[in-house]
Design a binder for this molecule. Structure first.
Ligand code: GDP
Length: 444
């Protein structure tokens, strides 16, 4: 995961502060030193670190901490807020044109993932907005780039404009835009040339493309694995082209996080998306606040709560609680519950969003056996309606029938029924306020 080391070090630096009734200046100095080292080691720009530490110290010595009953917690809150600010506060989306098409010009050095990201963005727009994007192949110096974009276009069934005879990129872009206008495409994404390093002819060419296409968005693609260099590159591109935002690729391979933490502060421009892998689906909206919470091991509670709100039905939850109290919870409710949880996504991913869980060493090898859940459902689906409502009917011959019906060995059927009974029994006790024996619950 990105930020793994930084996350561990920051949490260690802050751990010493929690639980104290009062925090001295020396405590704050010690924690600041640790935070400073952690950020520098994560390859965050020196100046950005300096400003960050200055703000943290000033706020930590201020009233909000000194007068707080839980000063340690208060400092963590401040670090969280300042980390969020450093990365840009709120998630930023694409700028939409009031009339079609919305033009997106992609720029960046070679190998950063520009062409791949054109495809990811097109895929995202198609999926989220049912958009009809049109792609223009403006990287004419690397013949493979045109083929790569054509392949992406073919995979997505999206038109790609290219002209191998034309030497002027500005002209290609002009012609491509004219064609998109004929077909009334709602988005045009322009892939441009990259170089290994920034040079004058490249910048001139990009300025020409900008002039002819009047883009609503100029998105700079930078490689997170290059750390501070990515931030410096962003600064130079921004000075020449006034980019509207940044897409940070290869965050999946970046364990340090320096680029994500420096870019906003150095360029003043937001990170819109991050690339998290090579597939077309591996593009995520960048939420600075959620990222900060993740770094500090506070989990990604917002994402979790959003998921829960989307997927969880409060009335249904109350109904289940009532049944637990009355000890009438049956296999139908059990299946409903399983499905509610499954709808939220892969369970091990959900666990990592819970505060304190992301870096929990026990979670390193943790995985939920989805096959087991499928078996459990198959067993319940092989029961008759009467059996689902009353587990006491499940005698050996019925169990054998269920095993045959679900294709699951009889021992597994027996184990599942036993666990269900234990759980039901416990739930009934707990809802009545009796917490004894709770540790006997399966999985506790
Ligand atoms: P371009 O020269 O900037 O157009 O770069 P490409 O789009 O050709 O990408 C260069 C390499 O980076 C390819 O192998 C891509 O599959 C890979 N790549 C792009 N984005 C990501 C990402 O978010 N994560 C990972 N792991 N690889 C990526």
């Amino acid at each position: 995961m990105a930020f793994e080391n930084l996350s561990e070090r920051l949490q260690k630096a802050l751990r010493n502060l929690t639980g104290k009734g009062k925090i001295s200046e020396e405590d704050i100095n010690a924690a600041s030193r640790e935070i400073r080292l952690a950020l520098l080691e994560a390859d965050v720009n020196f100046k950005v670190v300096k400003d960050f530490i200055k703000t943290i110290k000033k706020r930590a010595l201020g009233q909000e901490v000194q007068e707080s009953l839980t000063p340690g917690q208060q400092v963590i809150k401040i670090v969280n807020e300042e980390l969020t600010k450093m990365m840009g506060e709120e998630a930023v989306g694409l700028t939409k044109s009031p009339h079609i098409p919305t033009v997106i010009m992609m720029v960046g050095l070679q190998g950063t993932g520009k062409t791949t990201t054109v495809g990811k963005l097109a895929y995202r727009l198609m999926k989220e907005e049912k958009a009809r994007p049109f792609l223009i192949a403006g990287d004419i110096y690397r013949p493979a780039a045109i083929d790569q974009l054509k392949q992406i276009g073919a995979d997505l069934k999206v038109p790609v404009y290219s002209d191998p005879e034309e030497k002027s990129v500005a002209k290609i872009v002009e012609d491509g835009l004219a064609e998109a206008a004929v077909h009334r495409n709602d988005y045009v994404i322009i892939d441009t040339a990259g170089r290994l390093e920034i040079d004058e002819p490249l910048m001139k060419e990009l300025e020409e493309v900008k002039a002819v296409s009047q883009p609503d968005n100029i998105l700079l693609v930078v490689d997170a694995m290059t750390g501070q260099v990515a931030a410096d590159v962003a600064k130079t591109f921004n000075e020449r082209l006034d980019v509207t935002g940044v897409i940070l690729t290869k965050l999946d391979g970046d364990t340090r996080g320096g680029a994500a933490l420096s870019i906003r502060a150095i360029t003043g421009k937001p990170i819109l998306f991050t690339g998290q892998g090579e597939k077309l689906t591996d593009l995520e909206v960048f939420h600075p606040d959620r990222m900060a919470s993740r770094i500090l091991g506070m989990g990604d509670m917002l994402t979790l709560i959003e998921k829960a709100q989307q997927d969880y039905d409060a009335k249904q939850a109350e109904k289940v609680a009532q049944k637990m109290r009355e000890n009438t919870f049956d296999f139908n409710d059990f299946i409903d519950q399983l499905e509610q949880v499954q709808k939220m996504g892969p369970l091990d991913e959900i666990m990592k969003m819970i505060p304190g869980m992301a870096n929990n060493p026990q979670l390193k090898n943790f995985s939920i056996d989805e096959k087991q859940i499928a078996h459990t459902k198959a067993i319940v689906y092989s029961m008759t309606p009467a059996e689902r409502e009353d587990e006491s009917l499940l005698n050996p011959s019925r169990r054998r029938r269920i095993a045959a019906g679900s294709g699951v060995p009889i021992v597994e059927v027996n184990r599942m029924i036993k666990e269900f009974k234990t759980a039901k029994d416990m739930m009934s006790k707990v809802t009545k306020g009796n917490f004894k024996d709770l540790e006997k619950l399966p999985g506790m």
